[in-house]
Design a protein around this ligand. Sequence first.
Ligand code: AMP
Length: 306
Amino acid sequence: MPLMVVGSVALDSVYTPFGETADALGGSAVYFSVAASLLSKVKVVGVIGGDYPTAELDRLAPRGIDWSGVERAEGESFRWKGKYSYDLQSRETLETRLGVFATFRPKLPPEWRATKYLFLGNIDPELQLAVLEQVQQPRLVVCDTMNYWIQGKRPELLKLLERVDILLVNDGEARELSGNWNIHKAGRWILDHGPKRVVIKQGEYGALLVEPDRTFYAPAFPLEEVFDPTGAGDAFAGGFMGYLARVDSVAPEQLRRAMIYGAAMGSFAVQGFGIRGFENVDYDTIQRRVKAFVDLTHVPSAEPLP
Ligand code: AMP
């Protein structure tokens, strides 16, 4: 089933205690599509400047990523610079340069309007809404955002939330958006503002799928080596949406399985700098990791105590 993403196509400069990158391929749409394309074909909507290394995007196209919705505009590409703490649990944004995204007006190719699965990746909520308005009858609309937009474009973000099925954010973003410190209360606040469900990611502590009447928890895969957490959230989204588009269902049990595919993709993302964590990942690697989650969480049904 067709899957489409709008988001940043960026050049990232990242500092972690284990190394650094400068102007590396990144952005929410890139991480999302690299992960999602392991499960479904993906169409990308975005914009790049004349300085973008398009050969690197072309190199990824054979994976089933259609970049033809990425406009090339005059000016600088989106750039983001971030620095991680020693435990990789928190990061500081050193710089965000919107470049060509500041004046971007997305226009979908007509045949893309029939997309059924739509991911509104982290980017200006006004652009997310502009894309949503061009899609005819999506079956599932999932949206991501971050502190930059929660602080800078709150009214626009709240307007968008009324029209999305699932909001996917990390715990800090859920707290900031809702004004609630408690993560479950924050989830409830978000459900009261439009989305039918909310996915709250908690880094190495896993992710919650909060629904009106129940909550599902997917742990993070236990890794002994983590190099660069950048893009883990977008890769999670790619696994989540890529799985749902592949099985073409939004049934509640499929959403729970999608959480595990999301967690698996997030774990590949952090194993290398930039998108390198995905270099040797194929269908079998994914299936093995998903099976490992079953072992990680399976509890034999409770026997009566002796
Ligand atoms: P994540 O680690 O999943 O939150 O995603 C990190 C990616 O988000 C990086 O590749 C950045 O280029 C991109 N990014 C950072 N800030 C923004 C922003 N304000 N809008 C859109 N994309 C951003």
